[in-house]
Design a protein around this ligand. Structure first.
Ligand code: HEM
Length: 438
């Protein structure tokens, strides 16, 4: 119904609507969108899963991602998660999560890296002990465990909580539609698919999050008064408890709000970081020519006597690992994400000589940005050294030519944690693989 309704809303000066067969969108999205943009201009409309969306080429990326008045991040998120009726919830939700990461996590990065390093050391050691490992499972579990320490504290680490957190991360990521293409229901009946998926996720992983982790959180936040008297929060839960306590006490409503924020952080962090770590390992495995440099860099950070990483120095080791950082940046540039950022028009908005009607999703095509010869010479060539030397750029630095973490006001606030965490993970993994090989 929404698709039919929106079809009528289109005015005269809308961008060309290109008919790309569903099979191409599902099986070959990058080539299909790139060709359509090349043939029809900087902005095109494409119907996908029953809805009309607009895709833009690199010339319009900056406008779309930086003009917050006309292109709303929060409305886009509510739509992508199929939660339009709750859009006002998202306005305060994302503002608070953003503040939480910027002020509650980023300033404590060295301490965080130090606390999560033993998790990565141990999980690398355990997994190397087995003959073969499922890399995704291994990365997901260890990153979920690290996030549990960062969010709730060491006392929450146990197999059950790790499973709950991993499931929440995977299932909520699935709600954005990333696996929708693989189901016939998702392809042909997107609205029914989203209702069924939401019901399933609420009844399974979200329920488990509230049923298993909820009582532990409730007990902790009701066990003391949250009055700041010089004491610093040691994890995200404590940070939020201080922030939301009234006269030192966290109310049941504040508890529910805190639980939702924690779920939001888990969703934003675990799945994406684990995927990037797997890509980094994969790219490294297929490019042995880079192993030598990375090994040398890793070993310059290792205690020469124990041949292990000292967690108290991991922050410094990560900072000094500039080769690894360039490698991660090159992986993020080349890994081929297509529609990873989006915005929704808040009014009829001029763009690229056309008018995008109010209430439509607009997506930059990331591959056209990341594999653009104007920005990156020899774009398909995997060359981490392009980020070294005179033009050195750290993996977290966004620009109109590099958008794995988005751009401007709503760019990923967790990018420092993501890249430093991935580097921390890689350093630990490399040390154990190396010691096993030797
Ligand atoms: C390699 C891993 C990660 C990638 C590739 C990634 C990528 C992104 C992207 C593309 C956006 C949307 C930006 C935009 O639309 O302009 C985003 C938003 C966000 N990310 Fe990340 N992210 C990663 C890890 C993390 C981590 C570890 C955290 C949490 C600590 C996090 C927290 C967030 C939040 C809260 C937002 C919502 C935007 C905001 O609140 O400003 N992300 N991320």
């Amino acid at each position: 119904f929404r698709a039919i309704f929106k079809r009528r809303e289109l005015r005269g000066n809308h961008p060309p609507i290109i008919d790309i067969p569903a099979s191409e969108i599902f099986n070959n999205p990058r080539e299909a969108y790139e060709k359509a943009l090349k043939d029809h201009g900087p902005v095109i409309g494409v119907r996908r899963k029953g809805f009309l969306e607009f895709i833009v080429d690199p010339t319009l990326v900056q406008t779309v991602l930086t003009s917050d008045q006309s292109f709303s991040f929060e409305e886009a998120m509510a739509t992508v998660l199929h939660l339009r009726p709750f859009v006002s919830f998202f306005w305060s939700f994302f503002r608070e999560i953003d503040d939480l990461v910027q002020n509650g996590i980023n300033p404590r990065m060295s301490n965080i890296l130090e606390r999560i390093c033993p998790v990565f050391n141990l999980s690398a050691e355990k997994s190397i002990g087995h003959g073969t490992i499922d890399m995704f499972e291994h990365a997901h579990t260890s990153i979920a465990e690290a996030m549990i320490i960062l969010i709730f504290g060491e006392g929450y680490v146990n197999e059950r909580n790790i499973r709950v957190v991993t499931n929440v991360a995977t299932d909520i990521a699935g709600l954005t539609g990333m696996y929708q293409n693989s189901s016939a229901l998702g392809r042909h009946f997107p609205t029914i698919w989203s209702i069924c998926t939401w019901v399933k996720v609420i009844c399974t992983s979200i329920l488990a999050f509230f049923r298993i982790i909820g009582p532990q959180v409730w007990r902790q936040i009701r066990s003391r008064r949250w009055v700041e008297d010089g004491e610093k929060p040691t994890n995200v839960l404590e940070y939020l408890s201080y922030k939301h306590a009234k006269n030192g006490t966290v109310s049941p409503t504040a508890f529910l709000w805190i639980m939702s924020l924690l779920m939001g952080i888990i969703f934003a962090s675990v799945h994406q970081t684990a995927s990037v770590v797997v890509w980094v390992v994969f790219e490294l495995a297929t490019r042995p020519e880079y192993l030598k440099q990375l090994r040398e860099e890793v070993h310059s950070n290792v205690d020469p006597v124990t041949n292990s990483l000292d967690p108290s120095n991991i922050g410094e080791a990560v900072q000094k690992a500039t080769w690894l950082d360039s490698f991660i940046r090159e992986v993020l540039r080349t890994k081929g994400d297509t529609l990873s950022t989006c915005r929704m028009t808040t009014a009829d908005t001029p763009l690229g000589g056309y008018t995008i009607p109010k209430g439509f999703l607009v997506f930059p095509l990331a591959t056209l940005v990341h594999l653009n010869p104007v920005y990156h010479p020899d774009p398909p060539v995997f060359r981490p050294e392009r980020w070294q030397g005179a033009d050195a750029r750290p993996a977290v630095m966004s620009s109109a030519s590099y958008i794995p973490f988005g751009l401007a006001r709503w760019s990923c606030p967790g990018k420092i944690l993501a890249v430093s965490g991935a580097a921390d993970w890689m350093l630990c993994f490399s040390i154990y693989t190396d010691s096993r090989l030797s």
